[in-house]
Design a binder for this molecule. Sequence first.
Ligand SMILES: C[S@@+](CC[C@H](N)C(=O)[O-])C[C@H]1O[C@@H](n2cnc3c(N)ncnc32)[C@H](O)[C@@H]1O
Length: 221
Amino acid sequence: MDTGVILWTAAALLALVVAIGLAWRCAALPCPSWLIPLLENPYFEAVAGAERLLGRAGIGPGMQVLDAGCGPGRLTLPAADRVGPAGAVVALDIQPRMLAELERRRKRLGAGNVETIQAGLGEGRLPSARFDRAFLVAVLGEVPDRPAALREIRRSLKPGGILSITEVLPDPHYQRLSKLRSLAGRVGFREVGVFRGLLAYTANFERADGPAEPPDPNLRS
Ligand SMILES: C[S@@+](CC[C@H](N)C(=O)[O-])C[C@H]1O[C@@H](n2cnc3c(N)ncnc32)[C@H](O)[C@@H]1O
């Protein structure tokens, strides 16, 4: 085949992939379950592997952990192993198929300390003041109402509890750290640590005391 035709076809395919990625990003749609194999690949493992993320959040025995937007349980099941029988992991996801796959894996491993909730973040289904740690890994950009999602997670944490957010490139829903900091600060989180890599970062936020979204100082009462 003519080299020009090959180059034009490759450019058209690339443009199509970029266009689909941008449309998907704008629509804030959840990652479909048939993309699970794309989530669990050596690249994702290298830049945002479960054991590394659990270590960054300081997960240990006896902890109560929330895995929000858990997908098929890439992080949930290793977390359940770390917290042990004295702890528990609550895995929340909006998609029943993700939770069905998690449940299949959970049974195979015999993990008895995992609970699941099928709900969208921000719908108010999480318990109050239960968790020592919460994870949001490659999820936030898929959530349509991000302030509501972070407010709900904040409410579900114990005072002093930590929310650990990881964003990975080239996820079409990737959230920049500067944007995340501003949003987290507005809903009542205090940054306590950042782990930066070339292709991914983790930012840890503590549930700060006081009300979420303190009143705007420019507004007079
Ligand atoms: C890219 S996957 C990441 C899965 C997992 N956190 C991981 O790192 O392997 C994003 C997950 O977030 C879930 N999700 C998207 N929007 C959500 C929402 N509004 N509420 C709860 N879960 C949501 C999707 O169903 C999907 O399972």
